[in-house]
Design a protein around this ligand. Structure first.
Ligand code: ATP
Ligand code: MG
Length: 257
């Protein structure tokens, strides 16, 4: 469904020179697949996601979605980025209904659909709250509901739970998995967290530090539906986590003897 082919991104450095952020990324993602991108800070994970989202143009290579070249953002790809920008002057309902109104739904239909989505992400009762009255985890749920509202086939999630406390993070991971098991959207999920990647994904793509290249693609052959408490005791899960942690800890290529 998503075909990333030879994608490279070079940034101009301020004061001259260029910086190769990601280099020759090839990756195909099937419809309904949950793929995580794992790698150290600065390796180009967000850049790759922005390119797939059509927010940033690659310097080389191409991305296509369902056979069509990506030239900009589109309603088939729903971004959920970490710096979630909810409209502070709109309520939870207003934020989620916004895209639906833009898409031409009547106020009544938009509000009905938004209300159902707010319940889906566990925020029933908070429809009239403003973002400043919500916790970080609640805001993140609103951001997810807002993206789900216009029904993208693909979710692009850039460390959506990175800023949350451990407990909220685990809850939202569970909720995301339940949503995914129900709707089978294609998910491209960026994270630094090995356990999060293993828990959620069908495949984990490990990137090298600099420039960002694909170092390994690991199949997460753990049965679904997954439960964290069961996985923690599963030797296969433990093995995957340890192997992935080692891959990330490896020194960058240029430092190897
Ligand atoms: N707009 C930009 N202009 C110049 N350089 C950029 C720009 N965006 C990203 N970079 C550089 O590209 C590299 C990759 O950045 P990116 O944000 O994709 O990394 P990341 O893997 O998402 O990191 P993190 O895990 O910290 O979010 C970094 O070296 C960064 O400095
Ligand atoms: Mg990033």
């Amino acid at each position: 469904m998503i075909a990333i082919s030879g994608v490279t991104k070079t940034f101009q450095r301020r004061g001259g020179g260029t910086h190769l952020a990601i280099d020759a990324i090839d990756l195909d993602i099937a419809e309904g697949e949950f793929v995580s991108i794992l790698g150290p800070s600065g390796c180009g994970k967000s850049t790759l996601l922005y390119i797939v989202g059509g927010f940033v143009a690659p310097s080389g290579g191409s991305v296509s979605v369902s056979g069509r070249a990506v030239t900009g953002p589109g309603p088939d790809r729903g971004p959920v980025f970490q710096e979630f920008a909810l409209f502070p002057w709109k309520t939870v309902l207003g934020n989620v209904a916004y895209g639906l109104r833009e898409a031409g739904l009547s106020r009544r239909d938009a509000d009905a659909k938004a209300t159902a989505l707010i319940a889906t992400v566990g925020l029933k009762g908070y429809e009239t709250f403003y973002p400043k009255e919500l916790s970080g985890g609640m805001k993140q749920r609103v951001a997810i509901a807002r993206t789900l509202a216009y029904g993208p086939a693909i979710l692009l999630m850039d460390e959506p739970f990175g800023a949350l406390d451990a407990h909220t993070r685990l809850r939202l991971q569970n909720e995301l998995l339940q949503l995914w098991e129900r709707d089978r959207k294609t998910v491209l999920f960026v994270t630094h967290a090995v356990e999060e990647a293993v828990f959620l994904s069908d495949r984990v793509v490990v990137m090298t530090r600099q420039p960002g290249r694909i170092k390994a693609v690991v199949d997460i052959d753990l049965p679904r539906p997954r439960r964290r408490d069961e996985l923690l005791l599963n030797p296969r899960y433990q093995r995957l986590v340890i192997d992935l942690e080692r891959m990330i800890e490896d020194p960058p290529e240029e430092m190897r003897a």
